[in-house]
Design a protein around this ligand. Structure first.
Ligand code: CTP
Ligand code: MG
Length: 222
């Protein structure tokens, strides 16, 4: 099984002096936290996707976590959109990889159990499986002027996370469509494939803002 860890974003909303994955949380970069989590999940191959000028720096982080005892690690430069970065990572996984997980480095505290649940669903035959948690807020859909157009039942809503797992052929087919999306499941859904939502975890938050970084620090200490 292969994992694409996408870490090539700039982290505009975090507003740090460097790309988000290279910001530290309790003295360790988000990238290293994320890679440790991926290695703990027991995967065969990892594609690490980072900004072009940080490839060498990322190799120094990835190498000690990789072979001979850990998974094969390949660092590659990402693209302008997240979808481009995922495609870059997919392209360096070996032919032997038939199941792929795509994981955001920004979700650097994802517990191993979440990886296990996604993988278990794929092994039971799902073409796609992604983690999600029930939403606590009431969600409204609105029109361009801000007027409410609907109130979906909370029971039918999930806030989804990564790692998102797919059969490799299905994910490659989705990426070949050339469409961009904020998650890979959206591309696979668009092809008409059924994607299962398995149980996520609140600790798997995506670090987006400085408040999220502070929250993650509290989670780490707890
Ligand atoms: N990502 C990526 N390549 C991009 C954009 C995003 O690899 N061109 C990755 C990010 O590094 C992150 C994940 O996709 O791990 C989720 O994206 P997001 O949280 O939006 O991160 P950024 O795009 O870096 O943040 P922002 O949108 O605030 O600039
Ligand atoms: Mg972004």
């Amino acid at each position: 099984m292969g994992v694409v860890v996408v870490a090539a974003g700039s982290g505009r909303r975090l507003g740090a002096d460097r790309p988000k994955a290279f910001v530290e949380l309790a003295g360790v970069t988000l990238l290293e936290h994320a890679l440790r989590g991926v290695v703990a999940a027991g995967v065969d191959e990892v594609a690490v996707v980072v900004p072009l000028d940080l490839v060498t720096q990322a190799e120094a982080v990835a190498a000690p976590l990789g072979a001979p005892t850990g998974p094969t690690m390949t660092v590659v430069a990402g693209g302008a959109e997240r979808t481009d970065s995922v495609a870059a990572g997919l392209s360096v996984l070996s032919e032997r990889v038939h199941l792929v997980l795509v994981h955001d480095a920004a979700r650097c505290l994802t517990p191993a159990a979440v990886f296990d649940r996604v993988l278990a669903a794929l092994e039971r035959g799902a073409k796609g499986a992604i983690p999600g948690v029930p939403v606590v807020d009431t969600i409204k859909t609105v029109d361009p002027d801000g007027f409410i157009t609907g109130t979906p039942s909370r029971d039918s809503l999930r806030a989804v996370q990564t790692p998102q797992g797919f059969r490799r052929d299905v994910l490659e087919e989705a990426h070949a469509s050339g469409v961009s999306a904020t998650d890979d499941a959206a591309l696979v859904e668009a092809l008409g494939h059924r994607v299962l939502v398995v149980e996520g975890d609140h600790r798997s938050l995506k670090i987006t803002t400085p408040e999220d970084l502070a929250h993650a620090e509290r989670l780490l200490r707890a």
